[in-house]
Design a protein around this ligand. Structure first.
Ligand code: SAH
Length: 344
């Protein structure tokens, strides 16, 4: 089997290249520079042709292969279906904004959180992804788009704080000058509110942007949507997030999918106001995307109307633009249709 360069640090790759292939040490750094720009071995123009050939025969850049690419032209959103070495299909999405490209990556294949509205975790957890597989999602997309990535959001399938060690390793690696060199402040982690994970981020001083999926301000209502509420109630999650904000200096974002007649009442708006008073938090409102069996997709007007209720209560709420829904690339929809098609 070919070695995946992504799974090696620069010193590790240097020893493989010098000891097993008899190459000079400086070549490793040259190759790293190319790989993190998305170049293929053939495109590495400052390497001798013979070396490019040997690399091609013995290595792959990433440990994922692109098996399908779906493009939503209207919004310039691309979804990639990627295959792991053990034949699991995972997904990532590249979103293009005026300020550059953002990649939404998956941190687990499947998810064990069982949120009622989410398709990505419907069948439970398959396995954790490794930090190299997270890095590989970036490699695959830069290799295909030939455009750099400015921001990362961990909002694909999986609960990142349920895979803490690999996610923490990924954050450190992707931030390193020898790889993508993406600033900690350009990385956002979305969580359903795993308190010990938030505490570990503080201990490790990995002060990325934190986005918490709230979706309901009342405990019983949230329990019905998100079983995690029974272990980590939103009230306590908010308390730990306040500590995170103080230590990191980063404002917390709360994600809220508006479900008409369920979580968009005046009582919900009042409770949100009470919970988030003085927190300077930002509330990101989105419509529920289709796919879940429990709830219908929300109309945009319902989302805007609830947003008005929140701003009237002096809360900082914005309605998030919906990208990628035509290719099932929106939030909570990252569960491969590819599998469905190939088994039919
Ligand atoms: N596990 C993490 C990250 C993955 S989900 C988390 O819970 O935050 C990314 C976001 O999509 C979360 O806010 C999640 O609640 C939301 N989401 C899931 N299914 C959705 C759906 N059908 N419509 C809209 N948002 C959804």
């Amino acid at each position: 089997m070919k070695h995946a360069i992504i799974s090696m640090s620069l010193p590790e790759f240097q020893s493989v290249l010098t000891e097993e292939f008899g190459e000079q040490k400086f070549r490793a750094k040259q190759i790293f520079d190319w790989i993190y720009k998305g170049a293929s071995f053939a495109e590495m123009s400052n390497l001798p042709k013979s070396l490019r050939q040997r690399l091609d025969e013995n290595f792959t850049a990433s440990d994922l292969d692109i098996v399908q690419k779906l493009v939503e032209n209207k919004t310039n959103t691309i979804k990639y279906l990627l295959k792991t070495k053990d034949d699991i299909i995972i997904e990532c999405v590249v979103l293009s904004y005026e300020y550059g490209n953002t990649i939404c990556i998956s941190t687990q294949a499947g998810c064990s959180m069982h949120c009622a509205f989410c398709v990505s975790g419907k069948d439970g957890l398959i396995r954790n992804l490794t930090s190299s597989e997270m890095m590989s999602q970036l490699i695959c997309s830069v290799a295909d788009t030939k455009q750099p990535i400015g921001h990362i959001v961990m909002m694909g399938s999986g609960e990142p704080l349920d895979n803490y060690d690999q996610v923490a390793d990924f954050i450190t690696r992707v931030n390193a000058p020898t790889t993508f060199h993406i600033g900690i402040r350009n990385i956002t982690l979305s969580t359903c509110g795993i308190i010990p994970g938030i505490e570990k981020l503080m201990q490790d001083k990995l002060f990325i942007n934190l986005s918490v999926s709230m979706h309901a301000p009342f405990s019983d209502m949230r329990q019905a949507m998100m079983p995690v509420e029974r272990t980590y109630p939103i009230r306590e999650v908010i308390r730990i997030c306040e500590q995170y904000r103080k230590e990191s200096g980063r404002r917390i974002t709360y994600e809220y999918s508006v479900i008409p007649s369920v979580n968009d009442t005046d009582a919900c708006a009042d409770e949100l106001q009470r919970l988030l008073k003085g927190s300077d938090a930002h509330i990101n409102l989105i419509g529920l995307n289709e796919g879940s069996e429990v709830y219908a997709a929300s109309e945009e007007s319902a989302v805007t109307a609830f947003g008005k209720k929140l701003t009237q209560r002096k809360l900082n709420a914005t309605v998030r633009r919906k990208l990628g829904s035509s290719i099932n690339a929106a939030c909570g929809q990252l569960k491969s249709r590819y599998i469905d098609q190939s088994t039919k």
